[in-house]
Design a protein around this ligand. Structure first.
Ligand SMILES: Nc1ncnc2c1ncn2[C@@H]1O[C@H](COP(=O)(O)OP(=O)(O)OP(=O)(O)O)[C@@H](O)[C@H]1O
Ligand SMILES: [Mg+2]
Length: 258
């Protein structure tokens, strides 16, 4: 469904992605891991057709996604409906006066009938637990609630590929548990970024890991990656510091859930 071939991307003189090659099958759940600045968000933006690689190619359902392809109005509508992206910061997605308008926005753009939109907005608002806020300005909501509104605004489009950038970063443990179950039941092709190792196992079976120097250093079973301390060191996903246990002090590598 998704195929990247030797994708290279730089911003000004910063190389952000080097020689990225992988495929994602339909309904696969991929967890994208990597330290801050490794290029996770940039990679999702390429898959969402918001950025274009300077070298290499990106294919969605066998069609190369580039500026020219997305200028085709009909294709653009189809692609924008099928591949959706939940940004790392929900505030950067919210711009409508009410939660209702926020969720309805995409379908209005696509020109759906008013009654159909109304039914779907109510359905998704209810499913995501934000029904009671429909007439509120989204800016008044908490971070977690805003994220649910954004997710409703994407899912109303009935997408096929869901790209989620650090979706659990603003959520409390209870809401995180809810989101994990919710995503599992959605049964869509998903690519999710995180640097929370233990949580990552709940989000998918396949791990794709970006190194500090912006290359893929692991693509495979996520559980095996997490058990492999040498790989974790290579990815910068473990750290070392002093521990104090009473009078004893020692140093060793270990992981944290940030
Ligand atoms: N538009 C831009 N202008 C300047 N620098 C950029 C731009 N976009 C990305 N970068 C830089 O590219 C690097 C990689 O960014 P990216 O957001 O893809 O990393 P990330 O893996 O998602 O990090 P994080 O875990 O912090 O979200 C960062 O150092 C960032 O500052
Ligand atoms: Mg990021």
């Amino acid at each position: 469904m998704i195929e990247l071939k030797n994708v290279y991307f730089k911003y000004n003189n910063n190389e952000l992605l080097k020689d990225i090659t992988f495929k994602v099958k339909e309904k696969e759940k991929v967890v994208l891991l990597g330290i801050n600045g490794s290029g996770k968000s940039t990679l999702l933006k390429i898959i969402n057709g918001l950025l274009f690689p300077q070298k290499g190619k990106y294919f969605y359902k066998g069609v190369e996604i580039n500026k020219k392809q997305l200028k085709n109005k009909e294709f653009n509508r189809k692609f924008r409906k099928e591949v959706v992206f939940l940004f790392q910061n929900p505030d950067s997605m919210i711009f409508n006066p009410t939660v209702y308008d926020e969720i309805a926005f995409g379908l209005r753009q696509l020109g759906d009938k008013k009654e159909d939109i109304d039914e779907k907005v109510k359905y998704w608002a209810d499913k995501l637990g934000v029904y009671k806020y429909l007439n509120e300005p989204p800016f008044n909501l908490s971070g977690g609630e805003k994220q649910k509104v954004c997710l409703a605004a994407l899912l109303i489009l009935e997408p096929e590929v869901l790209l989620l950038d650090e979706p659990t970063a603003n959520l409390d443990p209870k809401t995180t548990g809810w989101l994990i179950d919710f995503l599992y039941e959605l049964n869509l092709t998903t690519i999710i970024t995180t640097h929370n190792l233990s949580l990552s196992l709940e989000l998918g079976d396949r791990g794709l890991v970006l190194s500090e120097d912006h290359q893929i250093i692991y693509d495979g079973n996520l559980e095996e990656f997490i058990k492999d301390i040498e790989m974790l060191k290579k990815a910068g996903l473990v750290h070392i510091h002093r521990h104090r246990h009473g009078k004893l002090e020692h140093r060793h590598y270990h992981t944290h859930d940030f």
